[in-house]
Design a protein around this ligand. Structure first.
Ligand code: CDP
Ligand code: CDP
Length: 225
């Protein structure tokens, strides 16, 4: 049901999905869509409006009244929430700790998926998330499921936060990641699971460039896109 070429990248938190997806999109000159950023933007708006992340109906009304735009300039992607740049704000700890609750609701997911599918209609894309290969684009041309040990993923976030000038707590990061994975895997509506026809790639001991190369090989094997 899509006109362009679609590459779906799913997997648990901090597996490297967005870093790798962005690089692949750059190399192939495709559009990169970060679906996690969409759930994060809605979460930020809900928190700012004192809406309970468990209140599905209020969140849904809020979402219908919300525009989320993903814009691309060279090397950088910006996230615009009702035309305000929230690229950095959506990564904060409060959003991170509430996003999986917001993302568990059926009404929210249906509306987000509809918006995500519109990108697929019009463009060649690389899309990353949790349910891209299983639900958003079940007929994607290439499906990759990225994994890495929870220790390695926490370590990656630790280094990332240090570089941003924060003072991260490795144990806390590990717990946060493990808990979000559990929540995303156990939810009722399109949980995090590897699509049957996805290629699983364990990146625990791979560099970013090695992962990018592996995925480009998969893309080539699938028909030299
Ligand atoms: O980058 P990180 O792994 O921290 O997460 P993200 O991709 O920004 O996604 C944040 C959260 O949004 C996930 O933990 C999921 O709860 C939710 N999400 C989802 O449910 N479905 C997607 N397609 C993408 C994200
Ligand atoms: O999007 P997702 O949450 O899956 O992960 P990410 O935000 O792209 O990557 C998490 C961190 O791991 C980033 O700081 C990457 O630079 C790093 N990374 C890495 O060190 N080695 C890899 N093979 C992949 C990512």
């Amino acid at each position: 049901t899509h006109k362009g070429i679609a590459i779906a990248i799913d997997g648990p938190a901090a597996a490297g999905k967005s870093t790798v997806a962005r690089k692949i999109a750059d190399k192939l000159n495709y559009i990169y869509i970060d679906t996690g950023a969409m759930y994060r933007a809605l979460t930020l708006k809900a928190l700012n409006n004192d809406i309970d992340p468990n209140n599905e109906d209020e969140l849904y009304q809020l979402l219908l009244d919300t525009t989320i735009k993903l814009t691309q300039a060279e090397q950088t992607q910006r996230v615009l929430l009702d035309d305000t740049d929230v690229t950095e704000a959506i990564r904060n700890e409060e959003v991170t700790n509430n996003v999986s609750t917001v993302a568990k609701h059926r009404l929210i997911r249906e509306e987000m998926v509809e918006r995500q599918r519109q990108f697929v209609q019009e463009n060649n894309i690389v899309m990353d998330g949790r349910d891209i290969g299983t639900h958003v684009i079940p007929d994607a041309d290439v499906k990759v499921f990225l994994i890495a040990s929870v220790e390695e993923r926490a370590q990656r976030r630790y280094i990332e936060n240090k570089q941003k000038g924060f003072n991260p707590d490795l144990e806390k990061l590990k717990q946060e990641i493990a808990e979000r994975d559990r929540f995303d895997t156990e939810r009722e509506v399109s949980p995090l699971v590897k699509a049957e026809d996805a290629v699983e790639l364990d990146t625990t001991s791979l560099s970013i460039d090695e992962v990018v190369e592996e995925i480009l090989k998969i893309v080539e094997r699938k028909g030299g896109i």
